[in-house]
Design a protein around this ligand. Structure first.
Ligand code: THG
Length: 366
């Protein structure tokens, strides 16, 4: 028998856990102390369906850390080296959060809901504790909480059509990383064009537990002819698209520069941010970089360490076989001391091509 996991108050269910079970979820992971489906039919079958049709994902585990009060914007800015001063209400910004040494603590979407109300839609680390600690230490007038707000993602090429059938055609003019407050059965929900895939789609932030299942059912009823299916973030699709997963691809031992997230910081911004001084200094001291590596077949080694010679090592952070490109894709942290002199490496008896992230179409198809 395969091992199972016991849900509890520590390993939390979501409003849609019964729907996942009924649909035959095969694998779960735990994310922000909450169940996150990882596989339905198979990772490969789920992948092809996501790229061709439309899926509904229970991503309730993308919890909202809410900052509310007079100092909400100040706390939000302290947490991230990205300049948030230009954000408009209902706009989201991908905003890595970093500690005073510049180490990455999370890579949330920071959403300015209202002037004094921010949501950090977080990846898997306990940002609420850190935000509350900063608020305490800086003596800020802000309430930090994790309200019961559960994103439901609709992803895939037919997502616009499906979400328009439920929320109206005005969803079609929502721009990437922006959102609108739209009513569902009398309750306004934040509907944003975002989601952890490159197939396009929306995330609906369900803020009323009573409406979680009705919304789920409405989406499936409206999408029958679109071949809508239950799905979840997909390792093949997200690696092909170069989306990073906090905890796997990066953690607090890495800086945004090392992980290729330098474009999401504003080093020259005149803002109060805990990590900016360290990151300004680090900008010129980088010694390694997360790279893509493409192998023609899967390396036979189980080790995540790649021996590069001369005492140098690379570390595989994530990897997957791509059925579309017939290549084994890896995200690997590699020292400049190696990549400045080499464009290939060897691991588990297989030669790999080193290439920037996100992967280019040329590199994937080569
Ligand atoms: N949606 C919501 N919350 C989330 C995620 C999400 N919390 C956890 C995790 N995902 C946070 N991490 C990411 C990482 C990448 C992106 C979004 C959230 C993303 N990146 C685009 C890219 O890299 O191409 C675009 C970023 C940009 O250019 O602004 O979408 O998915 N609610």
């Amino acid at each position: 028998m395969r091992p199972t996991i016991i849900p509890s108050r520590r390993v939390r269910r979501t409003h849609w856990t019964e729907q996942n079970t009924a649909a035959g979820v095969k694998t779960y992971t735990v994310y922000n102390h909450m169940l996150l489906p990882a596989e339905f039919e198979s990772i490969e079958a789920d992948y092809w369906h996501l790229c061709e049709h439309v899926q509904v994902w229970d991503v309730a585990c993308e919890r909202q850390v809410q900052l509310k009060g007079r100092d909400a914007a100040r706390l939000a800015q302290l947490m991230t080296p990205r300049d948030l001063s230009t954000a408009k209400p209902l706009q989201g910004k991908y905003a890595p959060t970093c500690n005073a040494q510049g180490g990455i603590l999370n890579d949330p979407i920071a959403i300015k809901v209202e002037e004094d109300l921010w949501w950090f839609s977080i990846a898997d680390s306990d940002i609420k504790l850190w935000a509350a600690g900063l608020a305490q230490g800086y003596g800020l007038d802000v309430d930090v909480s994790e309200p019961d707000i559960s994103p439901l993602a609709v992803q895939g090429p037919k997502a616009d059509e499906l979400v328009a059938r439920v929320f109206g055609s005005e969803v079609c003019d929502i721009r990437f990383f922006w959102g609108k407050m739209l009513p569902f059965q009398g309750s306004d929900m934040y509907v944003a064009r975002s989601g952890w895939s490159k197939q396009g789609g929306f995330e609906i932030y369900v803020n009323d537990a009573k409406l979680a299942v009705p919304l789920w059912e409405a989406l499936f009823a409206a999408g029958k002819d679109l071949n809508v299916r239950i799905g979840c973030p997909n390792q093949i699709e997200r690696m092909e698209g170069g989306l990073l997963s906090y905890g796997s691809d990066m953690d607090d031992q890495d800086t945004p520069f090392e992980c290729g997230l330098g474009s999401y910081l504003d080093l020259n911004a005149d803002v109060e941010s805990l990590s900016l001084p360290a990151l300004r200094a680090h900008a010129t001291q980088q010694t390694r970089q997360l790279q893509g590596v493409l192998f023609a077949s899967s390396p036979t080694s189980d080790s995540t360490w790649i021996e590069l010679g001369d005492g140098l090592q690379g570390e595989i952070r994530s990897q997957v076989w791509s059925p579309r490109y017939q290549k084994h894709l890896a995200f690997v942290m590699l020292p400049f001391a190696y990549t400045h002199r080499h464009s290939t490496l060897e691991h588990g008896g297989v030669q790999g091509q080193i290439t920037p992230l996100p992967f280019s179409q040329e590199a994937l198809q080569a």
